[in-house]
Design a protein around this ligand. Sequence first.
Ligand code: HEM
Length: 227
Amino acid sequence: MTTRQRGWRVPAALVALSAIPLLAGTARLVELAGGPALIPADTRFAASPLPVVVHIVCAAVYALLGALQFAPGFRRRRPGWHRAAGRVLVVAGLGVTLSALWLTLFFPPQPDSGPLLFVLRVVFGSAMIASLGLGVAAIRRGDVATHRAWMTRAYAIALAAGTQAFTEGIGGAVLGHSPLALDASRGAAWVINLAVAEWAIRRHPVMGAASGTGRRPSVAVVVGERP
Ligand code: HEM
């Protein structure tokens, strides 16, 4: 495998992780648009489809476009793309999390969930908004290391939707299917994703980042190479 091909391994893994919720989301959009019912209809979304449609569309943009930001070679070859995509991603990321909070706060909960999932969604949804804000603030002052860390955390929080497909299955088998057990299994996805994000942030530190200088960082700094 060439270095260029190796650079696509992380984005490919991220797209694979988001595949299950994105397929479910596509099925939900088809169903809401009056197409074939690929998944069971949900009367809550049929009565008021806007937040779930915004959520699914923004999540698709955020998950797929966001994965490309983690391809170091692509970022190095196309720094203009990284910046333009980053602007779109901040809007899509806010769309994901604000619609998620809207669904959490104003829609009846899923029948198999309880208060723990409600609290976790509010906490991690708010944490994602804060991470996006801190990531934007960092890059505006030229602090690449901090920007990279907060954007990685924001992406990890969103992609817990994919990890939950696995933790729900394993948690259900081990802990049972009570709302508390399922909520804890879903919550584990955020903990796992953030642990992996912290490991990745520390494993590849950004070298020589222009912290706090207000200067636009060089491409070498952005991709974590020695300038
Ligand atoms: C890229 C990441 C994400 C993807 C791909 C995604 C995907 C989805 C999909 C497909 C649905 C619709 C489920 C259905 O039709 O039954 C959904 C619902 C929902 N999502 Fe997300 N989501 C993501 C991130 C998040 C985040 C970060 C949160 C919370 C912090 C969240 C909270 C919710 C809530 C509350 C619902 C409504 C659940 C219900 O009551 O049935 N999502 N998501």
